[in-house]
Design a protein around this ligand. Structure first.
Ligand code: HEM
Length: 144
């Protein structure tokens, strides 16, 4: 396997774990924890375990993502590749921002955690758009 293939594999595996957990938080974790009597303790127990995973996932996604971009540009890409990649990058960074806000402790981002269902739903919708764009980028012919 080439470096680019390994990078793509790592990128896709991490992307599916991060995206999957956002959906799981929205539909299962958040409603279950909010309904529990000792919700603050459970929330902190989950948060402290999940925060390092989220941070490692973010570094891996950004690292492998830029490596793949560099490899694609080396092979030659259509100008529309850059436009689509730019849209994907903005959406991906917004998803990672929401995911990080959910595991953060800072008061500055408490407004996101207070409306967690709304922000997690938005993140899941953006994940769908990111995957559609990513598939399109992967199938765009090289060259130009
Ligand atoms: C939530 C975050 C992200 C998700 C869910 C995601 C998802 C994916 C998926 C599924 C693919 C593989 C497409 C395929 O081969 O079928 C992919 C490829 C790619 N991703 Fe991401 N990604 C995310 C974040 C990022 C970030 C932050 C960057 C840039 C720094 C990035 C850059 C790329 C690039 C350049 C490709 C290769 C496209 C090509 O084949 O030309 N991704 N992504």
């Amino acid at each position: 396997m080439s470096g680019a293939e390994v990078s793509t594999l790592v990128h896709v595996i991490v992307a599916f774990f991060i995206a999957g957990t956002l959906f799981f938080q929205w539909r299962a974790i958040h409603p279950a924890v909010s309904a529990a009597a000792d919700s603050d303790q459970i929330r902190e127990a989950i948060r402290s375990r999940w925060a390092p995973m989220m941070h490692i996932g973010m570094v891996l996604l950004i690292g492998t993502g830029f490596y793949q971009l560099w490899k694609s540009i080396e092979e030659g890409v259509d100008p529309s590749y850059h436009m689509l990649f730019g849209i994907k990058l903005i959406l991906a960074l917004a998803i990672l921002f929401i995911g990080n806000a959910m595991v953060g402790k800072s008061a500055a981002l408490a407004w996101i955690r207070e409306k967690a269902p709304m922000w997690l739903a938005l993140a899941c919708a953006m994940v769908i758009a990111v995957i559609v764009i990513s598939r399109h980028l992967a199938q765009m012919p090289a060259g130009v």
